[in-house]
Design a protein around this ligand. Structure first.
Ligand code: ZN
Length: 464
């Protein structure tokens, strides 16, 4: 047997197993996993001594090249996917937004064009539905068949993204019928709108009021309501960017009852807190995203949620806006600050560092949270999300004990600050492969913009 690439002397870590083995790759696919594979004729031999050979990370929540509040997120599909690759992520699922009056297909085609010729790693799309008529309900089935097998709905941002409960229920019913999965932004938008208007009327316009007008109860209420709507529709539901213990409790209760309820959290909720909003001057704007940062005690609850499988995944909600000129749009009014923060590059290191080195879970659980579970829930498995014969050779040679201090000075995201500035992480990617090609080699990008491919995802089968 001949290979294009052989990875030797590594320790393979999957969601279930840890063992020493070589990996043989041909035509971008893993074709052999065994000890002492022959290297004759291989174009490339990678020595994985002292590293874990893990599946490439899957980030199912990113917003590249996304218009918001009169500006556009700072990373496009080129800079964003290159930054993701540096962090060990080899597949992402971004969001194609259907604006009012549009078909879902228009949204899908618009975002396909944004990614084409630019993405350096593989990608898929969820479709954000903001206008749901009978035509769009029909279209949901057609899109599932083309590999867009998940949808995102909003219970917040009335007048922009928010859908009423009846529409959400209809969309969930359609998703269940067609084998799709609904991703839910769960916050009570009606109440938040009133709180925001009240704050502005009282002259409370600083960045921290973004957080103070979006209480945890608003998130918990919507989380519980979305679970109830899904239960009535006989549909699964995936809660995006869960940020607080009250919402986590709703998910835990639903899962204890055996409902197909899933949720992700993001590194910012694990590492940052409301205290960051008190940064000097206008700098709290760097942490304006939705849901907002919470009191510090929620962090440990979320870590425990990840350890105990009440949370199934960690994604980034990467939606970068530069501090200069973009965040500054809201200098006199927090409601004008573009919502979002940069994180696509540091998810793997932050989760490994706090999760595994923090003594909260095993390297296998880490792989499950950042790759395997996202792959299974979103129809990418077993092509992606594991190290197995027949899977794409999307792999990370990960140095579990190497340290790195996160800084905007060294990161690859096209944004002028880091939310995690100065945080020391332990566990960093050394070599990253996308379908067998080395795209990052010891901190250097060696891939190509445009070599990433759109991945047609399978229908929802659950976390089996
Ligand atoms: Zn988002």
């Amino acid at each position: 047997m001949r290979f294009d690439t052989v990875i030797r002397n590594g320790t393979i870590v999957t969601a279930t197993d840890t063992y020493a083995s070589d990996v043989g790759i041909a035509d971008g696919t893993i074709v052999a996993i065994a000890k002492d594979l022959p290297i004759e004729g291989a174009h490339q031999v990678l020595d994985a001594r002292k590293t874990y050979v893990m599946p490439g990370g899957i980030d199912v929540h990113t917003h590249l090249d996304m218009p918001f509040g009169g500006t556009t997120s700072a990373d496009d599909f080129e800079t964003g996917t290159i930054a993701a690759a540096h962090g060990g992520t080899t597949t992402l699922i971004d969001f194609a937004i259907q604006y009012k009056g549009q078909t879902l297909r228009e949204a899908f085609e618009t975002w396909m064009k944004k990614a084409e010729g630019k993405a350096a790693i593989d990608y898929g799309f969820h479709c954000i539905i903001t206008d749901l008529g009978d035509a769009q309900l029909e279209e949901m089935g057609a899109l599932v068949r083309e590999g867009v097998s998940s949808y995102k709905l909003f219970m917040a941002y009335p007048g922009v993204f928010m859908l009423d409960d009846g529409s959400i229920f209809k969309a969930m019913s359609a998703a269940a019928k067609y084998g799709g999965l609904i991703c839910m932004h769960a916050e009570n938008g009606g109440v938040i709108d009133v709180l925001v208007k009240r704050a502005l009327a009282e002259g409370k316009k600083a960045p921290k009021y973004h957080a103070l007008t979006r209480p945890t109860t608003a998130e918990a209420e919507a989380t519980g309501r979305s679970i109830a709507l899904a239960e009535m529709a006989g549909a699964p539901v995936y809660i995006v960017h869960l940020s607080c213990n009250e919402a986590l409790e709703k998910v835990r209760e639903a899962r204890d009852r055996g409902l197909p309820t899933y949720a992700e959290t993001c590194p910012q909720y694990l590492y940052l807190s409301l205290e960051n909003m008190n940064a000097p001057g206008f700098e709290g704007a760097k942490y304006v995203f939705t849901p907002p940062l919470r009191e510090k005690w929620h962090q440990e609850k979320l870590w425990q949620g990840l350890a105990k499988d009440n949370l199934q995944a960690v994604s980034t909600d990467h939606c970068p806006f530069c501090y200069k000129e973009q965040k500054e749009l809201g200098k006199d009014d927090f409601t004008k600050i573009p919502n979002g923060g940069p994180g696509i590059e540091h998810r793997m290191s932050l989760v490994y560092s706090g999760g595994v080195h923090g003594g909260r879970f095993s390297p296998n659980r880490f792989v499950q949270l950042v790759a395997t579970a996202p792959a299974k829930l979103f129809g990418l498995y077993p092509r992606k999300g594991t190290v197995a014969v027949g899977s794409d050779a999307d792999l990370v040679l990960f140095e579990p004990n190497k340290e790195h201090v996160i800084s905007a000075k060294t990161h690859h995201m096209r944004v002028d600050y880091s939310m995690f500035e100065g945080i020391r992480v332990k566990g960093v990617p050394k070599v990253v492969l996308s379908r067998g090609r080395v795209v990052v080699d010891k901190g250097r990008f060696t891939g190509n913009a445009g070599s990433g491919q759109f991945v047609r995802r399978q229908t929802y089968v659950g976390l089996k």
